[in-house]
Design a protein around this ligand. Structure first.
Ligand SMILES: Cc1cc2nc3c(=O)[nH]c(=O)nc-3n(C[C@H](O)[C@H](O)[C@H](O)COP(=O)(O)OP(=O)(O)OC[C@H]3O[C@@H](n4cnc5c(N)ncnc54)[C@H](O)[C@@H]3O)c2cc1C
Length: 390
């Protein structure tokens, strides 16, 4: 194995090249380096993302937190994170409470701000000599059975495997000729942070209402909550006056946390499920949003990407000589394709169920919620599904 980055003429070589300066790119790079594999990381610094990701807070599953611990990133993040110990779900008059203690776990998820998570990963990268960060987007990718070559800023790079971690509009995916399709939910994901009158106490609350899903999620400050509102309302957020917006959210949340004051600005992104034909092709693997996107109603997106990475980590252990070999990528395809599809279609079905506004559906949903609320094993099953996406 080529364990040392080489400069031969103008070509810099490493076994793996990772494209994408977001969280999945950083985590993939760190994971490879912890396997002792040299990595070229094409990661232009993120400055002011237009999709609102800067203000996004992730509900990280225990599996994702475990990976962050193993990669040595967690100690720098723990202080700015907030464990979610209980979740309340409301639909009309029905309510379900899911608590970590019910399932014998310490927490259901941990809330963390995108920019804190990314900056923690970037700090960790600086201590990994196996990682060479290139602060430019590559402009060319050539894939052959023997390996890949990339160019950026007139420099040439080569690798045995290219990992596309470059988000939903993946350039790597199109260069590799991987087909994709999407279902547009006709909804916006409006993200904002609110200061609450009463402390949140580590409780996350979700309301299913008139086809919308509104979630308030606790942050490290006991009086700050992150809102994700999946709504089919059409007016752009910027046109909603701040006070009117805060009042509307406070009204929807029935004063559960008292008066709400908007902190900073709200941002929104269109919600889509994106499916790919394959998650790998010759010398290429896709991870995270480059391979799949899901509706955010269960906070699965990034956690699903981490599952891609855990598969690659296992595969790299037994394919250190050539992480881009066809045999390695076949195992990856088998490990991920069906599982990802299952999660995507399950969340799609859930979205369809919660977006129904017909009175008969509402009654069925409320009845179903009451059954779950009164059946311990069912609640435990739901918690297990919620905290460990495949
Ligand atoms: C409203 C909303 C709420 C969400 N809430 C949650 C949640 O609670 N929990 C959860 O797990 N997930 C959540 N998600 C999903 C989550 O945001 C995504 O799954 C996650 O951000 C994907 O990370 P990524 O690194 O794969 O992609 P991205 O975050 O899109 O990052 C891609 C990166 O690649 C860079 N890039 C693009 N092209 C190139 C190129 N050619 N060369 C180099 N770099 C390039 C981009 O600049 C960017 O930095 C939510 C999504 C939405 C829309």
């Amino acid at each position: 194995m080529n364990t040392k980055t080489q400069i031969s003429g103008q070509t810099h070589s490493a076994p793996i090249a990772v494209i994408g300066g977001g969280v999945m790119g950083a985590l993939t790079t760190l994971t490879a380096s912890h396997q002792g594999i040299e990595v070229l990381w094409f990661a232009p610094p993120e400055t002011g993302r237009s999709d609102g990701a800067d203000a996004r807070n992730y509900a990280l599953s225990p599996v994702t937190v475990d990976l962050l611990r193993r990669l040595g990133v967690w100690p720098s993040l723990e202080q700015s994170s907030c464990p979610v110990t209980r979740m309340e779900v409301y639909s009309g008059a029905a309510r379900i409470d899911l608590s970590a203690s019910d399932a014998g776990t310490e927490f259901l998820s941990v809330m963390l701000l995108h920019r804190d998570l990314l900056s923690g990963c970037e700090q960790a990268v600086k201590f990994r000599p196996q990682i060479q960060r290139i602060s430019h987007r590559p402009d060319q990718l050539t894939i052959t059975p023997e390996g890949v070559t990339l160019t950026a800023e007139q420099r040439s790079y080569s690798a045995q495997l290219v990992v596309g971690a470059d988000g939903a509009r993946s350039w790597v995916r199109s260069q590799a000729g991987i087909l994709w399709g999407q279902r547009d939910y006709g909804q916006q994901g409006v993200v904002a942070t609110f200061r609450t009158e009463y402390p949140h106490g580590g409780v996350a609350v979700q309301w299913f209402d008139e086809g919308d899903v509104l979630a308030l999620l606790p942050l490290a400050d006991p009086n700050l909550m992150s809102m994700v509102w999946s709504t089919s309302r059409t007016e752009p957020t910027s046109e909603i006056a701040i006070n009117e917006f805060a009042a509307r959210v406070a009204d929807r949340t029935a004063g559960r946390f008292g008066a709400l004051t908007l902190e900073g600005e709200a941002s929104s992104a269109p919600l889509r499920m994106m499916l790919t034909d394959r998650q790998s092709s010759l010398r290429t693997a896709l991870v995270g949003d480059a391979a799949h996107t899901v509706h955010p109603l269960a906070g699965y997106g990034l956690n699903l990407g981490v599952q891609d990475l855990l598969s690659l980590e296992e595969i790299w252990k037994s394919h250190r000589m050539d992480p881009g070999a066809a045999a390695a990528l076949t195992v990856y395809e088998k490990a991920r394709h069906r599982r990802v599809r299952r999660v995507q279609w399950s969340l799609d079905l859930l979205q369809r169920l919660v977006s129904q506004t017909h009175p008969t559906f509402l009654k069925i949903r409320e009845f179903g919620m009451r059954v779950v609320a009164n059946t311990g094993p069912l609640r435990q099953f739901l918690i297990k599904q919620a905290i460990s996406p495949q």
